[in-house]
Design a binder for this molecule. Sequence first.
Ligand SMILES: Cc1cc2nc3c(=O)[nH]c(=O)nc-3n(C[C@H](O)[C@H](O)[C@H](O)COP(=O)(O)OP(=O)(O)OC[C@H]3O[C@@H](n4cnc5c(N)ncnc54)[C@H](O)[C@@H]3O)c2cc1C
Length: 498
Amino acid sequence: MTAQATHGEARPGTATDPLVPLMTQICGRDGVVTDPLDLATYECDGLTAHRCSPGLVVLPTTAEQVAAIVTACAQAKIPFVARGSGTGLSGGALPRSDGVLIVTSRMRNIIAIDPESRRAIVEPGVTNLAVSQAAAPFGLFYAPDPSSQVICSVGGNVAENSGGAHCLKHGFTVHHVTGLEIVTPAGELTWLGDGTGAAPGYDLVGAFTGSEGTLGIVTKIVVKLTRIPEAVTTLLAAFSTMGAGGAAVSAIIGSGILPAAIEMMDALAIEAAEAAVACRYPEGAGAVLIVELDGPAADVARETAAVRGICEREGAYEIRAAHDADERAAIWTGRKSAFAAVGRISPAYIVQDGVVPRTALPEVLARIAELSASSGIRVANVFHAGDGNLHPLVLFDDSQPGAEAAAEAVSGEILDLCISHGGSITGEHGVGADKSKFMPKMFGPGDLDTMQLLRCAFDPAGLCNPGKIFPTPRLCGEAPGVRRAPHPLVASGKLEQF
Ligand SMILES: Cc1cc2nc3c(=O)[nH]c(=O)nc-3n(C[C@H](O)[C@H](O)[C@H](O)COP(=O)(O)OP(=O)(O)OC[C@H]3O[C@@H](n4cnc5c(N)ncnc54)[C@H](O)[C@@H]3O)c2cc1C
């Protein structure tokens, strides 16, 4: 069977072809994409190593349309995947060739900004930064700030429980979401949470946040807004070594001060940033720390002096302070551009995301340096040091046979290091399609089965973003079917398997 493409091109038949007329009825002709060239736009997210052309792409504009799309998929037993802006770095929005990709980029209404209750209600395709921009006239902002905030969607942030530089003090997405309108995997439009964050019963908003699009599709989000702080100071401290910088991070937190952000870059990341945006960080730095303090002016002044003292004691040889927006932007330019900047010093690279306890930073960073030296593969480090959330950038030349596999091996060993130091295989980029193989290194079979039970409670048919997070299909889940032995809780009759 051959489907007629939206823009006139023919494409090979797919399992989703029978849905095209109904999807066109729901979303209109310009809301359905079947042209192979146009479909290529959606074949990967920010992690380009995983690619798959979707069977069909739909671009709904309302929650009701999303519900109708999901209902049609559920009835036809066709898998579906949600996509926001496609900036994810773990292949979470990787589509299925036999499935429908539901893209929320046309759902961009900011429905309400309520300064009195300090809440906003937004549609899922609204960009993260747009929420703060809309709240700014009321002296408020939306605190979670992924570095991709200019483009990433709030729906994607909810699915990934995204963080950002300022989550050290202000918390992750989960701490700022109080209600979600969702379309369940069966196509029902419903609300989780009451918008106050104080509803009794299980915390289903919390369970949904960070579920990587596997429990349903978010169609409206109630978020908390935070008062713009009275004062902000940003410090840039240069150290000769990563070890000294890491020790300063532990000393700052150990002193009882909680900065809004503590970010760290190593010499290679600084070299890349200088090449890309000429950020003019202090010469000869083996590491720089960016420490931002916010709050009441008197507190910020006192804490700034204390942090300066700590950095000096830990060996900082130059400290710069920014007191206004322009000076602050100058300091942040290098950090915010770092991922893309690495393209200036390497043809290709892997962005890794792992977590270690803050106190283990000096040791883990030293081990990463050893790994890099022994493998001959360069690793640039730029990361949320205050959270112990590492982002090693593993550099390779993709024109060289075997180079990518070697870089993948180093990248995997870094995750092993994180696990062996009591950390995690992801801090904020999610598991997605990319890291599911690492889940059994962190969780036992019982843990994974319990997570699957939650997933099955929302999605018994296993059609909602299948193949993500979990290494193997289990229980009610994804093809090829049920787990052989029942989960102990199911066997004992305490839980029902759908
Ligand atoms: C340069 C760069 C910097 C980044 N910096 C950060 C950072 O500092 N902190 C951080 O946490 N992340 C960061 N990221 C990763 C990424 O931006 C975040 O994960 C972001 O939340 C993804 O949003 P998105 O709209 O692009 O989602 P997508 O990539 O489109 O999707 C991500 C996941 O969300 C699901 N999803 C999307 N919309 C919905 C919905 N409406 N309902 C249910 N599920 C949905 C998808 O199925 C997928 O599993 C960065 C990425 C880049 C490229």
